[in-house]
Design a protein around this ligand. Structure first.
Ligand code: SF4
Length: 609
């Protein structure tokens, strides 16, 4: 029976009882604190299930070393949903240099409470306590570790997280449709065609019970034993499953593991505008659960933000969005976003400023390819502004921003997350005056990432000349402005394909354009990205051609070159420039990036062993 949505989802039996619940249908176990905001997966999935008539309890950040937290809500009637959080637990717990972080922004007061490999730890503990209850794995961590994958933190290829865990099924992608369908089936209700595989899920099947005919068009990729032992096999397997991540033409993909077969069904179909509107218009309180004494740091930057769309067709090699949200843009309606903006006035502390609106790439709102509906996103081709099928008009985002500005009481609507500058250039800069006129709060983020064309090609980023075109127009718009705005370009060090000579060229570019990056983006090979595959194998997975991979000291030098002006980096910068044959950039000259060794440095060096 459908119950009214509660103000916050229950996190204790007492709260459940107050809502008339003796046993929850579904219990979500999360590595994040429970924040009732649509940017947090636990809140979205919990509220969507509730809307479908399932009662949901939440166990947030349980102490996994004792039984009490995991026993606190009893056994669910249908299943446990293990969602380790908005971020992979290893990315969350460690820096790119593999040092343990002292803060967890998804925890009250930033105090870490999340185990490493949370998906495995939570599901193991739950299975030990409730062996009869099904476990559904989901969230970014499970989604991006669904096949055998290279794990940077243990520096080895691990099995699919589903093969390693006692969970029964894995949900990948955004998950709403899949968890509802799993709940319906376990509840004996009818949903998608009964007994058929559920799109957007990965199944674990005993080797003796595997029936390939159940999966029409099944593609079998090299098994775990091969990809763990052979880097070329890993790269081939990666390219094969990468091409099947499309809801229209994607085929089921199987990978044999020592004790089971892992089968990824095609991704869930894109959500319609109406369905997406309905999800984001659920009554999120935009507050952390009132039980928390301390604020959850990750909430503040997004509390008054709006999500306008999902998906990204940018194809950056180091980003896993393609494997998680897909390339097809799913946009909300302007009416729904206006209603959500109006509702912000009921949230404590809202002053009429929408701090951000967008999706993975803010200016892709409303963009569409005329083939997505019938043929899906191209298997062999990345989307680019030059594709004749892509409508990259900024008219939809322009209309959305204009309409939001007209909402009574709304004082500002900022676009704080990154935009694709190449799309703005390709569309004749039409959106730029509006952006600079109303929606930039001081800094506009763009991500050229590198200046070397060879490196940007490997990264899947546009040529640096497009950034310069964009910058020129941006600067023109600053003329006569009372309050100057700044471009905040992001550059990355240590990416596969990038040499010390490339980094020296990037440092020169930053010098020539007076750009200084305070926050260094040091490449981290996160699971299931093209770049992580290159990092592990030293191969481009699509051409199988070798790619240079900076590691160890070279990676540290590349990182230092991004901040060549910082005195703490002098030694590494000099070493890097000498190795790159760029002695001309060391010394007192106007163009030099770093001075020569001073007396003290020479003495220290003389004493070192
Ligand atoms: S036709 Fe062009 S825009 Fe459409 S999916 Fe293919 S590459 Fe992308």
């Amino acid at each position: 029976m459908r119950q009214r949505q509660p103000r916050v989802l229950p996190v204790s039996m007492e709260e459940g009882k107050r809502l008339g619940i003796d046993q929850f249908d579904v219990i979500i176990v999360s590595g994040d604190a429970y924040v009732d905001h649509p940017s947090f997966s636990t809140a979205i999935l919990g509220r969507v299930l509730w809307e479908e008539g399932f009662s949901v309890g939440i166990i947030a950040q349980p102490d996994w070393r004792s039984r009490d937290d995991l026993l606190s809500l009893g056994a669910p009637r249908l299943f446990f949903a293990v969602a380790p959080g908005n971020c992979d637990s290893m990315v969350n717990n460690y820096t790119p240099a593999r040092k343990r972080r002292s803060e967890d922004v998804y925890a009250p007061g930033g105090k870490p409470r999340r185990p490493d490999r949370a998906a495995l730890v939570y599901s193991d503990r739950l299975h030990a306590l409730f062996p009869e209850i099904p476990i559904v794995l989901g969230g970014i961590e499970a989604s991006l570790r669904r096949f055998a994958h290279y794990d940077y933190w243990s520096d080895r290829v691990r099995q699919s997280v589903l093969a390693d865990s006692p969970a029964d099924i894995l949900v990948f992608g955004m998950g709403e449709q899949q968890v509802v369908e799993i709940a319906r089936r376990l509840d004996g209700r009818t949903g998608w065609e009964e007994g058929t595989p559920i799109p957007g899920t990965v199944e674990k099947i005993a080797l003796s019970g595997f029936e390939p005919e159940r999966y029409p068009g099944l593609l079998e990729i090299p098994p775990y034993s091969a990809v763990a032992a052979d880097k070329e096999a890993y790269a081939r397997a990666f390219a094969l499953h990468y091409r099947e991540q499309d809801p229209v033409h994607g085929r089921p993909v199987a990978q044999r593991h020592p004790k089971c077969m892992i089968v990824q069904n095609p991704p869930a179909p894109p959500l319609s505008t109406r369905a997406l509107d309905a999800i984001y218009e659920l009554p999120f309180s935009r507050e952390a659960h009132p039980d928390y004494d301390l604020p959850v740091p990750a909430l503040e930057p997004v509390r008054f933000s709006l999500t306008s769309h999902r998906g990204c067709f940018g194809g950056c090699s180091f980003c896993a969005i393609t494997h998680h949200q897909g390339r097809i843009i799913q946009s909300r309606s302007i009416g729904s976003l206006v209603r959500e903006a109006r509702r912000l006035f009921s949230v404590r502390g809202f002053s009429g400023v929408i701090t951000d609106i967008g999706g993975p790439t803010a200016n892709m709102y409303g963009m569409v390819c005329d083939r997505w509906g019938s043929a899906g996103a191209c298997r062999e081709k990345q989307c680019s502004p030059g594709c004749p099928h892509l409508n990259l008009s900024h008219a939809p985002v322009s209309a959305l921003l204009s309409r939001l500005r007209e909402v009574p009481g709304i004082r500002k609507v900022f676009v704080s997350s990154g935009i694709r500058h190449d799309l703005v250039v390709a569309d004749g800069f039409s959106i730029l005056p509006q952006l600079c006129g109303f929606h930039v709060s001081g800094h506009l983020k763009v991500a050229p990432e590198h200046v070397s064309q060879r490196v940007t090609n490997i990264m899947g980023k546009p040529d640096i000349s497009l950034f310069l075109d964009f910058k020129r127009e941006f600067e023109k718009l600053q003329e006569g402005r009372k309050k100057r705005q700044y471009l905040l370009p992001y550059f990355m060090s240590g990416h596969p394909g990038c040499t010390l000579a490339d980094m020296a060229a990037l440092a020169e570019f930053m010098r020539d354009h007076n750009l200084r990056t305070e926050q260094v983006q040091d490449f981290t090979p996160t699971p299931m990205t093209v770049s992580a595959c290159m990092y592990h194998t030293g191969l481009d997975p699509f051409s199988l051609q070798p790619v240079h991979v900076p590691r160890g000291r070279e990676k540290a030098i590349q990182r230092a070159l991004l901040q060549y002006w910082d005195p703490r980096n002098r030694t590494l910068v000099r070493e890097g420039l000498l190795s790159a044959g760029r002695r001309d950039l060391i010394g007192k000259g106007k163009k030099c990036l770093v001075g020569g060794e001073n007396k003290k440095e020479k003495q220290t060096k003389g004493k070192s062993p």
